[in-house]
Design a protein. Structure first.
Length: 513
């Protein structure tokens, strides 16, 4: 019984516990579900707010795009309307011009028809007069019509021939007068519109020293420094009693320029000795080559000549150190280029091409001292090698009569060359003859076997020859001096005597490493 009661108690307790657990669990889940529902509602509102915000932004963007498209549409419409308006105006103007041209053509056609009609009448009157003249001539002379016609034509032919000759002579005289006036006008225009400086080249340059003490340092012990400078540069260094002054003398402007720069660099450096002189001289030569190229480029740029090969630019720069009859070759070429451009411009030619031909017409003179030969042939060769314009080649050949001018530009260059050379005091024949003798002296020496360099110095009274020690010995150098002296004596005309000084120097160089 007790067991039964315990069982019943347990059952009642279990049921009660189950109900309590159910109600508690239900209450808990109900509360949790309310929280989840509230959270879901909050998220839904946030999503709805975001969606509404995105929708509003999208509407704003759509509105902006709509406004932009509307403005672009209106702008394009306005441009098209403006273009249509301009096109209509152009069409209307062209139509008016066309109507005017049509009217002109109609008037011209009517005038031509009237002239044709009048000419026909004149021809008809002439034929009637001719027939009447033949009839009268035939009736008076009792000649047949054909004989009378031949007689009349012969008379008319003789009369017309005489009139024609008179007319030809008159027109020829008028043409010559007009050509002379036109030529004088062109020359006056060219010479008055171009004002160029002119100064004859000198054979010496004076260097001013800070003090007289430098003269002794330049001369050096036993004259070694001055001998080294003269030997490597090929110039005369004259040191006399004139205070603070040294004279550099040479007929070759290029050598003289290098020697001057070398001496100035040595004076500034202060270390004057043979090895330093040679070092500065070689450095100066390199700088001179660079300066020559830069000078050529500046000339091409300043004169607006366009593209030009670097070798031609170098030759242009080198012409600064070349003289012809005492006239600087570069100054002469620039003067010819400017004068020729003015003349060609007056005649309707190409001014730029004329200026280029004028600058290059004497380019061969930059090579004559090194290569020898005619500067015309050398100029044609170098310009042909670098594909210069045919007008330039023609100007080089024509300015000394090797070829006839084939264009206005070439004729202008030839005229300007004569003007530049013919100005009073522009050239000196005596100086040119002297320079030619100096060049001939050097050429005789350099043509001999074993000669490295040759310099004509002391105004042509001495030829200094640098012989190669690896090719000639001392005995052979004596023979070389005698051969050079004999050839000078037999081929050149000169006052007094010329000293041939052959220098043979053997140098051995080795490096300790």
């Amino acid at each position: 019984m007790e067991i039964l009661l315990q069982v019943i108690g347990y059952i009642i307790f279990g049921v009660t516990t189950s109900y309590l657990t159910y109600f508690i669990t239900k209450k808990f889940f109900a509360s949790d579900a309310n929280v989840l529902i509230e959270q879901a509602k909050g998220r839904a509102k946030a999503i709805e707010y975001e969606a509404e915000k995105i929708l509003n932004e999208h509407k704003i963007k759509v509105k902006e795009q709509e406004i932009a498209l509307q403005q672009d549409y209106e702008r394009k419409i306005s441009a098209l309307e403006k273009r249509e308006y301009n096109l209509n105006r152009t069409i209307e103007r062209d139509r008016q011009n066309l109507d005017a041209e049509r009217q002109k053509l109609e008037n011209m056609e009517s005038r031509i028809l009237r002239a044709d009609s009048e000419s026909k009448k004149i021809i008809e009157q002439y034929e009637n007069a001719r027939k009447e003249a033949l009839r009268v001539l035939s009736s008076y002379t009792k000649l047949p019509i054909q004989e009378a016609k031949d007689m009349l034509l012969k008379y008319l032919d003789e009369e017309l021939t005489e009139d024609k000759a008179l007319m030809i002579r008159r027109y020829e005289f008028e043409a010559k007068q007009e050509a002379r006036q036109k030529a004088n006008y062109l020359l006056a225009q060219a010479t008055t519109r171009y004002a160029g400086e002119f100064a004859a080249e000198k054979l010496i340059n004076v260097i001013t020293l800070p003090n007289d003490e430098l003269k002794g340092r330049i001369i050096g012990k036993e004259g070694r420094n001055i001998k080294t400078l003269e030997m490597i540069s090929g110039v005369d260094v004259i040191i006399d009693d004139t205070p603070n002054t040294i004279i550099i003398s040479s007929f070759n402007l290029y050598r003289r320029a290098i020697a001057i720069k070398t001496l100035e660099a040595l004076i500034e450096d202060g270390r004057i000795q043979p090895s330093r002189i040679e070092e500065i001289y070689e450095k100066t030569k390199v700088q001179m080559d660079e300066q020559i190229l830069q000078d050529g480029e500046n000339i091409v740029l300043d004169m607006g000549l366009g593209h030009m090969h670097n070798e031609l630019k170098k030759l242009l720069g080198k012409m600064r150190y070349r003289a012809s009859f005492g006239q600087n070759a570069l100054g002469h070429s620039i003067e010819v280029a400017n004068l020729a451009a003015i003349i060609a411009g007056e005649l309707g030619g190409d001014e730029k091409l004329t200026r280029r031909a004028g600058v290059l017409h004497d380019i061969g003179k930059a090579l004559t001292q090194e290569v020898g030969g005619n500067h015309v042939d050398l100029g044609v060769e170098v310009c042909s090698r670098y594909k210069e314009h045919p007008v330039v080649i023609n100007a080089i050949l024509a300015h000394h009569g090797h070829e006839e001018p084939k264009s206005i530009e070439c004729a202008a260059v030839c005229t300007a060359d004569v003007i530049s050379a013919a100005r009073p005091g522009a050239r000196r024949e005596v100086l040119e003859n002297f320079l030619k003798r100096m060049q001939d002296l050097e050429k005789i020496a350099t043509d001999k076997f074993g000669v490295k360099q040759a310099y004509a110095i002391s105004a042509g009274r001495e030829v200094r020859v640098i012989a190669r020690a690896d090719l000639l010995n001392d005995d052979q150098s004596v023979v070389l001096a005698r051969e050079i002296a004999k050839e000078i004596q037999s081929s050149l005309q000169y006052p007094g005597e010329i000293k041939v000084n052959v220098i043979r120097e053997m140098r051995t160089v080795e490096y300790a490493r």
